[in-house]
Design a protein around this ligand. Sequence first.
Ligand SMILES: [Zn+2]
Length: 167
Amino acid sequence: MESRYYRFKSETFRCKKCKWEGLGSALKTGELFESLFELDCPQCHAVVDHISYPTAEETLMFGSEAEKKDALQSVERRNAYLAAQLKDISLLPDIDDTDIAFVLTPFDDVYLAIMYKEQVIWKEKRGYEYYERYIAVGRLLKEKYGDKMIDFVPLNDDLNLYEFVWR
Ligand SMILES: [Zn+2]
């Protein structure tokens, strides 16, 4: 769905309830949701339409200078976060052991750490996609340690992922 965020103010809207008609710039911002917000009739406050928030790409094209700067910063932060993620299993230590169990845990507020016997063997910036990252890291660990790895447990109070066994 294309975001109309940057052009709705110059579009004409009509309220189905009270028949008010006018420019989007006259509409009132109604309820806010995660990815969109309501536009309400300035006369009777009925919901007239919904508008999605712009993507970073749209903001970089159509936003004000300040918005473009913010969007650029958040794109750069996201790229830095992705670049710092574990991708190369040669960066993981060789472990001369069998029945290896790992723990994935939040660490020092901003990091996600892979622990082995109380030791941090890898840490990276923590993102919001905790579960997806858990799955991806599990695959990398399995690739590196193969059958020597018997368990990979996430420790995160926010998610009910306890006792999830990676096999
Ligand atoms: Zn109305």
